[in-house]
Design a protein around this ligand. Structure first.
Ligand SMILES: NC(=O)c1ccc[n+]([C@@H]2O[C@H](COP(=O)([O-])OP(=O)(O)OC[C@H]3O[C@@H](n4cnc5c(N)ncnc54)[C@H](O)[C@@H]3O)[C@@H](O)[C@H]2O)c1
Length: 290
């Protein structure tokens, strides 16, 4: 039975995962190396619950118990009693491998481990733990409380008990699972990220402005968000990492990251989470930067 969940990384994804787990009645321990990020995550979750109450999706009486199910931690030993730990830290294989190495000595032998990676091989990440058979890809979408899908990805060693337990958890969270094979970027990002990268090339080559590209795709292809707006929402560092995984993993030049995307990441213009990307978010409404 999965009753206590550890979440590693309290950024936009980790805090969203913690929120939906707590709302579903599970106890959550949220861990991050950055203490400020932990405080920000808990404040954000509280605000999101208020928003859900205002919309009639949650009752006032449910809020405090749900919030009290979330604890925060800055040491990994706090994750020792978890039945499942979901890793949602920065999209870097090096960072994730180091986390798993440090995590596993703290875990119960029967604990399951999942990663929310957007693109990195589940089999390779599993190999950096002592339990590849209890390891799985659990790819939530952003924003987690709103998006219905969770992609499930088995590594080569993932056993059926692990897969079934995680599939049942997805249902308990009120989400829908889609099963993907362990190929670079799985299904959603294999299709979505090359489109976003192409939108950045379209900007880079001067085919259109930020506004023209987003308006064209919203009104011309009926996308709810333009691709550059979406890139800012995902985080340009995450977008670049996914393109690099596709480029290297599939060894095909069609996936080469656009130099303009590289430049934005090098400048620290990572999108919405830092206040600037293809749009500037410092004013009341986002302003295109090109
Ligand atoms: N942004 C998206 O749209 C999206 C969607 C699905 C999946 N993901 C994946 O989720 C993961 C997190 O993405 P995000 O958008 O939340 O990123 P983010 O930048 O908002 O948050 C990352 C968090 O990880 C923390 N962190 C970094 N190193 C750590 C360590 N060693 N130990 C503990 N915490 C550490 C950082 O302090 C930060 O709080 C990535 O693997 C990403 O690919 C992102």
């Amino acid at each position: 039975m999965i009753e206590k969940i550890g979440v590693i990384g309290a950024g936009q994804m980790g805090s969203g995962i913690a929120q939906v787990c707590a709302a579903a009645g599970l106890s959550v321990c949220l861990y991050d190396i950055n203490g400020e990020q932990l405080a920000k995550a808990v404040a954000g979750i509280s605000k999101n619950f208020d928003r859900q109450i205002a919309k009639g999706k949650m009752s006032e009486a449910e809020k405090d118990p749900a919030l009290s199910r979330i604890s925060t931690a800055s040491t990994m030993s706090a994750l020792g009693s978890c039945d499942l730990v979901i890793e949602a830290a920065t999209e870097s294989e090096e960072v994730k491998r180091a986390i798993f190495k440090q995590l596993v000595p703290n875990l119960k032998p029967e604990a399951l481990v999942a990663t929310n990676t957007s693109s990195i091989s589940i089999t390779r990440l599993a190999a950096s733990t002592d339990r590849p058979h209890k390891f799985i890809g659990m790819h939530f979408m952003n924003p987690v409380p709103v998006m219905q899908l969770v992609e499930l990805i088995r590594g080569i060693a993932t056993d059926d008990d692990t897969f079934q337990a995680i599939k049942a958890l997805v249902a308990k969270l009120g989400k829908t699972a889609a099963i993907a094979e362990d190929f670079p970027a799985f299904i959603v990002n294999r299709i979505l990220l090359p489109m976003i990268n192409e939108a950045v090339y379209t900007l880079y080559e001067g085919v259109g402005s930020v506004e023209a590209i987003d308006t064209a795709m919203k009104l011309g292809a009926n996308h709810p968000m333009g691709p550059l707006e979406l890139a800012d929402f995902i985080g340009l560092d995450t977008c670049l990492s996914i393109m690099q995984v596709l480029y290297e993993g599939l060894a095909d030049s069609k996936y080469r990251p656009c130099p303009l995307l590289v430049k934005y990441v090098e400048a620290g213009w990572l999108g919405r989470k830092v206040g600037r990307g293809f749009y500037d978010y410092s004013g009341p409404t986002p302003r295109p930067t090109r």
